[in-house]
Design a protein around this ligand. Structure first.
Ligand code: PLP
Length: 457
């Protein structure tokens, strides 16, 4: 009997040892070293000719890999913008692997219907108008790529070109942005519009938000037949929001496509007092949000919304007769990058079902409160100073009066505590330490531990 068949026959025994390990990992998550420093390595061994089956492979995992997995999904990991995973999303993700559905086209499973419902629920969570539709992606980068592809298709339409069909070379397109995320520049490269071809719009004084009067001038002076504006709803360092009301009005006037990158900022729409930050987003042509950040579903997951799903389908359609199964339900392979697609919708569906709008509102509020409390602590401390006031879930600070190299030394010291993990940030050209709260399980006790680490360092 083959190893594979034998493993499958013993799946119950194998699964229970893996489940036991996963459960233990969950229980100990908040006690694990938050970041594993020093780039651990695997023994340098060649691929085996004859495998020994799952039990032996799992034993190797336990010895060589398990001890070096970080507690990044736990409550005190503050690097980048890193969500954990809610219990419901974690459980759903196990089901995703076990059932191995391919959400490419409808017709052989309910999985497409689940993704459609998950998208509807996300629009409700974000209070987006009913005319938004979209797709679940692998993350905000992929969503930004779809934004660039739709925008480019639209700009081509305006000059009688079908860019998906004929290519981008004959098109005349201007792209404007103030503080685009690095992944947006990457997306511009993918779309053939050029990483370095974004026309820089000025920022407001002391902010990463767009100076709308500068955009107005640039749009007025642009002679391009196609225009694209990339706006931010929550920049990664300053958590600044572009004025979408004013920007969308300008885009309407100049027939420009408006793409909004709201990877984590879009979640502020769950909170009434913060909804003014994204006022006007209902007029956007496309919107990016992340799943593995503030939605706290496992990697990898993002969302893309657009009011022009037909255009998305023109940009992404897969023309192959054998793929046409004659269903009236949309085929998600015609809306995104991949043909074959993981059932990412299930963790989204299950976590929204389990915790609802209220659960997410509380998660966002708690994380913003933790960030505010850390910022207040830093302001009072003699050892540290804030580089910019905390407005949302991100705190940017440095040791009081420190030079750049002292900042990175201090960051190392903090991370060596293994009790928390932070990443570097730059605010208005000045080096700092960045702490971003985006995990459902962070508590006031965790905040006290974090402040203690800062004090000890
Ligand atoms: C994180 C982030 C991205 C990239 O997201 P990934 O999920 O890492 O692909 C894009 N834009 C913004 C504003 C982000 O915060």
């Amino acid at each position: 009997m083959s190893n594979m068949r034998q493993d499958h026959n013993e799946i119950e025994k194998l699964a229970s040892s893996v489940t036991a390990w996963n459960v233990q990992f969950q229980k100990e998550l908040s006690e694990r070293p938050v970041g594993i420093l020093g780039e651990p390595e695997l023994p340098n061994v060649p691929l085996v000719e004859k495998g020994q089956g799952s039990e032996a492979a799992f034993a190797d995992f336990l010895e060589h890999i398990a001890p070096y997995l970080s507690g990044a999904a736990g409550p005190r990991y503050l690097g980048f913008v890193t969500g954990g995973t809610t219990p419901a999303a974690l459980l759903a993700d196990w089901i995703v692997s076990a059932t191995d559905q391919n959400v490419a086209s409808a017709g052989d499973s309910i999985s497409t219907a689940v993704e459609l419902q998950a998208l509807e629920w996300l629009c409700e969570l974000f209070d987006l108008p009913k005319d938004f539709d979209g797709i679940i992606t692998t993350g905000a980068t992929a969503s930004n790529v779809l934004g660039a592809l739709c925008a480019r298709q639209y700009a081509g339409d305006q000059q009688g070109l079908d860019i998906a069909r004929d290519g981008v070379s004959g098109a005349d397109i201007d792209v404007f942005a103030a503080t685009p995320h690095a992944s947006m520049k990457k997306a511009m490269g993918f779309a053939g519009l050029g990483r370095e071809q974004i026309k820089q719009v000025a920022c407001l004084e002391g902010s990463e938000a767009m100076d709308v009067s500068d955009l107005a001038l640039l749009l007025k002076n642009s002679n391009s037949a196609g225009k694209i504006v990339i706006a931010s709803a929550g920049t990664v360092t300053g958590t600044d929001f572009d004025d979408l009301q004013a920007i969308s009005a300008l885009c309407k006037k100049h027939k420009a496509w408006l793409h909004v990158d709201g990877a984590f900022g879009l979640f502020t729409r769950t909170i009434k007092e913060k909804q003014h930050l994204t006022a006007g987003i209902e007029y956007a042509d496309s919107i990016t949000a992340d799943g593995h950040k503030w939605l706290n579903v496992p990697y990898d997951c993002g969302m893309f919304f657009t009011r022009h799903v037909g255009l998305l389908q023109t940009a992404c359609s897969v023309a192959a007769p054998y793929l046409d199964v004659g269903s009236s339900t949309p085929s998600f392979m015609d809306r995104g990058i991949e043909n074959s697609r993981r059932f990412r919708a299930l963790p989204v569906w299950m976590t929204l079902k389990a915790y609802g709008i209220e659960g997410y509102r509380k998660l966002i509020e708690d994380n913003c409160r933790h960030a505010k409390n850390l910022a207040d602590w830093i302001e009072k401390s003699e050892d540290y100073e804030l580089l910019t006031p905390c407005k949302m879930n991100v705190v940017v600070f440095k040791p009081a009066g420190a030079r750049d190299e002292e900042v990175s030394q201090k960051l190392n010291q903090i991370n060596q505590s293994e009790k928390t993990y932070m990443t570097p940030g730059v605010w208005q050209g000045e080096s700092g330490i960045r702490a971003a709260f985006s995990n459902w399980s962070t508590t006031d006790v965790d905040l006290a531990i974090i402040c203690d680490v800062l004090k000890q360092a």
